[in-house]
Unconditional design. Structure first.
Length: 356
């Protein structure tokens, strides 16, 4: 019996591996062709503050400006999903994807203790410096998504001479207000649709955040589940299919092995808990509302994970920058580059005219 189970397991693993290989080859064929003599197509580990971390640089022309992408989370890298949205970016930029400390491919490079915000920001500074050196460009463009806007806002203010412009999508302004506002709207949706299961689970979270301001990770995950289900979380386009769509992109990724793909299915709450406790009172205004670089907000109209209404209010009433621009994506939620990739790519290309 044991022998038969072993044979069945080996056959299943072989089929899974073969399917993964075929899916990777299919996705690779859909990617932007890059001539290594004139563009960048590199995936490598680099030294970052006594750790080894993974970066990818892709672009069709080395003379194009460089765009560094700070993914969300913490611990939610987007490199594996890049082929779903990034092809058009590569026509206009040399795109630097970075799997941050303890995230994605980097998670498997070495074991590290729970990261701190100070370490993550120092890593962002180091990787931005590496990107400038690698591409030979003194100034680059910076794009932050969700948690990446927290790092991005601080990085852009700390090193304004390094960046031609700062672009924020899924902009985080004030986490306590962010969570209260998103929770209230999601509960309202559940009540309006008379969705008793959702109402019960959401009401069980109250008060949210807790009276002491804390945000338990499990409570946040429950809220994120219902926000995503209703199309006001990760994706408006996919709604309740969002997680299946992301898993499909992950399985097809040419840049992740099957082992590396397991990162997204691991329970890492204990790893991230100390960082969450540090940032649960984050407010971008603590560092001031003034930026010395052009600032562009690309916001999903249906984003209630990081409510775009809060980012819009901050943009018009508190943000100061030498140039600022706000664009709403009417059919998007928290991730406009997945919901409306063509429009997002056009808006990114337009940013090239700023800060030159």
């Amino acid at each position: 019996m044991a022998k038969k189970l072993l044979i069945a397991f080996v056959l299943l693993a072989a089929l899974l591996w073969a399917g993964h290989q075929a899916a990777q080859e299919y996705t690779q064929r859909l990617r932007t062709p890059i001539d290594g003599e004139v563009g960048y197509d590199t995936l490598r580990e680099i030294d970052v503050n006594d750790t080894r971390q993974w970066v990818q640089v892709r672009g069709t022309n080395r003379d194009n400006p460089t765009l560094m992408f700070l993914h969300g989370g913490p611990g939610a890298p987007m490199m594996a999903m890049g082929p779903a949205y990034q092809n058009a970016w590569e026509q206009h930029f040399n795109v630097v994807q970075w799997d941050q400390r303890a995230s994605g491919k980097t998670y498997f490079s070495q074991t590290v203790p729970p990261p701190s915000y100070t370490e993550m920001l120092a890593d962002a500074v180091a990787v931005a410096g590496w990107a400038r050196t690698f591409t030979g460009q003194e100034r680059i463009y910076l794009l932050g998504h969700s948690w990446g806007t927290m790092l991005g806002s601080d990085l852009a203010r700390e090193k304004p001479d390094w960046f031609s412009a700062y672009i924020a999508t899924g902009m985080v302004v004030d986490i306590p207000t962010n969570e209260r506002t998103g929770y209230a709207h999601t509960l309202h949706l559940a009540e309006r649709m008379q969705h008793t299961e959702a109402v019960a689970e959401l009401e069980a979270l109250a008060p949210y955040p807790r009276a002491d301001g804390s945000l338990p990770i499990q409570a946040m995950e429950t809220l994120r589940y219902w926000q995503t289900t209703y199309g006001v979380g990760l994706s408006h386009r996919y709604g309740p299919r969002t997680y299946r769509e992301l898993a499909a992109h992950l399985f097809r990724s040419p840049d992740y092995s099957l082992v590396e793909a397991t990162f997204f299915f691991r329970d890492l709450a204990e790893l991230w808990a100390p960082l969450y406790q540090t940032i649960e009172r984050y407010d971008v205004r603590t560092g001031g509302g003034s930026f010395q670089v052009p600032v562009i907000f690309l916001l999903g109209r249906h984003d209630w994970q990081t409510p775009s209404v809060l980012a819009e209010d901050f943009f018009w009433h508190e943000l100061e920058a030498p140039h600022k621009r706000l664009v709403f994506f009417e059919n998007s939620a928290h991730t406009p580059f997945l919901d409306e990739p063509e429009m997002f790519a056009r808006e990114l290309a337009a940013v090239r005219q700023i800060g030159l």
